[in-house]
Design a protein. Structure first.
Length: 625
């Protein structure tokens, strides 16, 4: 690595850790300041922080790989998360969530189910889910940053003892970066996380603009269009994927056939099915939920969520699209020489392109930007996960009365435990892709049913929530074990067949078990106390099946009205998904020099933005400060 690039990276790391530690003094006033920034941080800083937290390096490496292989329609793979849950949050969920005035997602659950045994059971299970998902994401980051740094940096950090290998080089790199990030995150809580993430967002935007500009200047239209086909540039799809690559690049067509997504219509259909329920269920109890709870008011929660969507996708896909263009022109011919081309090769496209095909200076800023992407997302989870251990388990059930200094010290210990468990899990992960699919399809699949029903059905109670979440977590954990030990099962057995199924197609099974747990837990136990339901419904005002609660409130107050915005909220969500999608494909079309589609994408973005100004923004402005 050139000394200029190395200097940029070192300066960035020192600056980030320095800013994080310098601002950490604000976090010492108590748990509310430590985990939520005292609800005093400006909404646009929280939006930048939230967007920065979603700009992770493991996800970026994965997106580079799928865009390279599948072309423009690969943005629909993002529906596996689903990314448009952020649209649902923007349109109505941020307002519903922020009205609670609590610290964590599991504490919020108590406002829905009460504080009796059923409420406490639901409270504990969502805290456990939050901790498990934080650990899973840390494992995901551990896997991604290790692969990235090993390809980029020249030093072999393999640790051996005799003939035994204690640590692979990628594991050593991951541990070093994780340790540095953990130090300032634990020291400063939400203040340090937001301050460093705003800095990191700026670096990532600069990196994206530089790499995009480099590809526009360096490569000609003919070089790019001679490699990619019309199908590669097509954002639309049929039930089965058509041929994406020319005969010269048949190896890539073969890889598509072996990936398990040939029946693309089924994948999109399953993603839509899962996506609707997952989106209405609301954000998982992690960093984006913490950002909503950290805002000053209900209005600012909505602003923050909308701003996150606006600032995230175009810069991110300028970076992703730029890397893919370089890979198409320079790397694709080299990859054809590999007779055993696999999905794992796609995961190292990102670091390989940066290492060998980006000029000095841009390379250093790009590396700093991607390192920032990792550190911002990692720090967000390190801040979010321990909040549930300290506030929802330790403080509530073990030591309800203690000083702020004591709770913050316990938070530091909890953070180290969460990071340690995530790193431990990362040692056993097969790949970024396996962790991505487990988190998005299996783990979140267990979350969906219970959290969908909590909004829309008055009869759903705390025990239903507990057993629905518990069933989902158990089945999701079984799926993770199956995926990681599938090579040990006898061909033809049920376990072998289940281990070979893509995680997204197991979602209906996980969802069914979770729904069964929800319904059995609800109908075999008594309803939630009507006073709790009335207070929740009066405060949050969700739409759904709330007739008995509405009638009770109406009898007390004839002026009380129910939420009739379901149709308008859903219409806004459809418009919002198109708006979000246009921000993804716009930079891709620009960088692959498909100018007519670039113009169409820009027009779609401007038109949907104008519509949302009237249908969403004007309504948000009428909310109380």
């Amino acid at each position: 690595m050139n000394i200029i690039d190395l200097s940029i990276i070192v300066i960035y790391i020192l600056l980030t850790v320095g800013v994080g530690i310098w601002i950490s003094k604000k976090a010492s006033k108590g748990l509310d300041h430590y985990f939520l920034g005292g609800k005093s941080i400006k909404w646009y800083f929280l939006g930048l922080s939230n967007g920065s937290g979603m700009f992770d390096i493991s996800g970026t490496a994965w997106m580079v790989g799928i865009l390279f292989l599948y072309g423009v329609k690969s943005f629909m793979f993002m529906w596996l998360w689903p990314i448009w849950n952020q649209i649902f949050i923007m349109m109505f969920l941020a307002v519903w969530i922020r009205k609670s005035k609590v610290m964590t997602g599991s504490e919020w659950i108590l406002t829905r189910f009460g504080n009796d045994k059923a409420g406490k059971a639901s409270h504990i299970i969502v805290a456990v889910f939050a901790i498990v998902s934080a650990i899973g994401f840390i494992a995901y980051f551990f896997e991604g940053i290790g692969k990235f740094m090993t390809v980029i940096l020249p030093w072999d950090l393999t640790l051996t003892m005799g003939d035994s290998t204690l640590l692979l080089s990628e594991q050593s790199y991951a541990l070093i970066i994780i340790l540095l990030t953990t130090i300032y995150t634990i020291k400063g809580g939400m203040f340090s996380v937001v301050a460093t993430e705003v800095l990191q967002y700026a670096i990532m935007v600069i990196a994206g603009l530089l790499v995009a500009g480099y590809t526009l200047i360096t490569f000609t239209d003919i070089e790019i269009t001679s490699i990619i086909s019309e199908e590669w540039k097509n954002a639309f799809f049929s039930w089965e994927l058509n041929t994406h690559w020319s005969q010269k690049y048949q190896a890539f067509n073969n890889l598509i056939d072996s990936e398990g997504y040939k029946m693309f219509g089924a994948l999109v259909g399953m993603s839509l099915f899962k996506g609707f329920f997952a989106s209405v269920a609301g954000p998982t109890p992690s960093y984006d939920l913490q950002r909503i709870l950290s805002t000053k008011s209900v209005k600012e929660a909505a602003y923050m969520s909308g701003f996150t969507n606006l600032i995230l996708f175009i810069p991110r896909y300028l970076l992703i699209g730029g890397i893919v263009v370089i890979a198409l022109v320079v790397l694709a011919p080299q990859m054809l020489a590999n007779p055993n081309l696999s999905g794992a090769d796609l995961e190292i496209i990102l670091p390989t392109v940066i290492n060998y095909h980006v000029p000095v200076g841009i390379k250093g800023l790009l590396l700093a930007g991607l390192l920032a992407a990792f550190m911002s997302t990692f720090s967000a989870f390190v801040n979010a996960g321990p909040a549930y251990i300290v506030n929802d388990i330790y403080k509530k059930y073990f030591k309800p009365e203690a000083s702020s200094e004591h709770y913050i010290k316990v938070s530091h210990i909890a953070s180290f435990i969460v990071v340690g468990l995530g790193v431990f899990m990362g040692f056993f992960a097969n790949s970024i892709n396996s962790l991505t699919l487990w988190i998005t399809s299996a783990l979140f699949g267990g979350y969906v049913a219970a959290n969908f029903l909590k909004w829309v059905w008055w009869r759903f109670n705390g025990w239903g929530y507990f057993w629905g979440m518990f069933a989902g977590l158990v089945v999701a954990s079984c799926q993770f074990v199956l995926d990681n030990y599938k090579g040990t099962f006898t061909p033809g057995t049920l376990l072998y067949k289940l281990s070979e199924v893509q995680a997204i197609y197991l979602f209906p099974i996980i969802f069914t078990f979770s729904v069964a747990g929800c319904l059995l837990g609800t109908y075999f136990t008594k309803p939630t106390n009507i006073f709790v339901l009335k207070e929740f419904y009066k405060n949050v005002r969700p739409w759904g099946f709330w007739k008995p609660v509405y009638n009770a409130l109406r009898s007390e107050d004839q002026t009380f009205t129910k939420n009739t915005n379901f149709a308008s909220d859903m219409l806004n969500c459809v418009i919002g998904i198109v708006w979000q999608s246009s921000m993804i494909v716009l930079p891709i079309f620009l960088l692959i020099r498909d100018y007519p589609k670039t113009l169409i994408s820009l027009v779609v973005f401007l038109v949907t933005s104008a519509i949302l100004k009237f249908t969403w923004l004007d309504k948000v402005r009428q909310l109380p400060d």
